[in-house]
Write a protein that binds this ligand. Sequence first.
Ligand SMILES: Nc1ncnc2c1ncn2[C@@H]1O[C@H](COP(=O)(O)OP(=O)(O)OP(=O)(O)O)[C@@H](O)[C@H]1O
Length: 457
Amino acid sequence: MLPKILVVDDDRYTRTLIEQLMRKSAEVHLAESGELARELFAAIDFNLVLMDQRLPQVKGLDLLREFRLQRPKLVAILITGHADVRDAVAAVREGLFDYLTKPFEDLEALEAVIGKALELDRAYREIDSLRTRLAVESGAPDIIGQSPPMERLLGQVREVAALDTTVLLEGESGTGKDVIAKLIHAWSLRSSKPYLEVNCGGLPESLLESLLFGYEKGAFTGAAQANPGYFEKAHGGNLFLDEIADMSPKLQSSLLRVLQDRSFCRIGSTNPRKTDFRLICATNRPLAGEVKAGRFREDLYYRINVVALNLPPLRERGDDIVRLAVHFLDRYNTKFGKDCGPFTPAAVRALEACRWPGNVRELQHCIERVVALQPGGVIDASHLSPTCDFLPELDPQDKTTALPTLAYQEARTEFERDYMRRLLEAAGGNMSEAARCSGIPRQNLYVRMKRWGFVID
Ligand SMILES: Nc1ncnc2c1ncn2[C@@H]1O[C@H](COP(=O)(O)OP(=O)(O)OP(=O)(O)O)[C@@H](O)[C@H]1O
């Protein structure tokens, strides 16, 4: 279904221009007055409102405030003349997505801003529908993942969750292996039974051994009473062994025996006990490589590697980055009792341009820090940069490999961001100088610099 856009402008030329620009990718509705805009807004659930500031009877900004009272998460763009830039800047501070100055000189840039605004609206809606779904599917963790690689992964998870096979989750640190393991449990036929997890890399060998196998009274100094281990407690349910590559060679061979016999002995006992758990393992170091290097038993690897699922790194998840950012923004606003956001277009671009080497965990921490430090209001690229020092630069190596595969529009966007940054640097931060060097009118330049988050008002 095409997104719905409302264009409110008394100038026929602007209305027609936007309609022609967007009519293939959106359902565009036009209003030449505030009154008609109110009627349309009451009848249709718009994904985006483009509002002129100077309307005959009402100020566009006031009308948008009215609309936002009815729909707080409305994504809107204010259209202003150069003279009204101050109003527009104030509007963005209030949480409007962006403003555009008339006359529009660069239609591709206009289309790109509208595209980003629609992306943010999509993110809001998807998060809301996810919440509703999760409320129904209680027990499942909050998982954001509508990008094609995540859709594929979640499809595979659905397939294997109900089967009783051992699952190996592979992926870089912070990609969500832990949450996927919980999801497998929630979707499995064992969901009403125990779910136990242990980080094999976080415990000394002897402690991990007693945690997994349990022990009898007096088995070792300090074993004042018998204690069942996870192999026993997980009976009927799912056992998640995280960082399996870190397991010591001794425990690797003990685990292999348990998996072969489906039985084990508590420490200090020779009495074998039967157990029935489904095993889920995770690693952020590919296990095949660990086997090759002689650090992981090959026979255990084949036992574990029955169904291997690969978690894609965040940088390959496209729109999920914005969805996750919105999700974490909501979460930390609630947690800290704040009202930060929304993200400006420059912030959205910066989030998407980042390589996120620490994946979802790093993005989560980045948003948490921003919300913790900001008193409230919109989040711009400049708010993200000090907390994420790798922003907004792309890895130079990546640039050479990524550029040829970018769509023309994205490559152009990349170029403009880079150009504006260098220009501002060369002009020593002086806008008049930057305007003179580039030949771009000062006001126009200011708007572009602001869009990239290189100037803050
Ligand atoms: N798809 C997702 N949707 C929402 N939150 C996510 C998602 N993926 C990961 N997270 C969150 O990101 C954080 C890191 O995820 P998780 O611990 O599952 O990663 P991991 O791959 O197990 O990392 P490690 O290898 O370091 O153990 C967690 O707080 C988790 O809730």
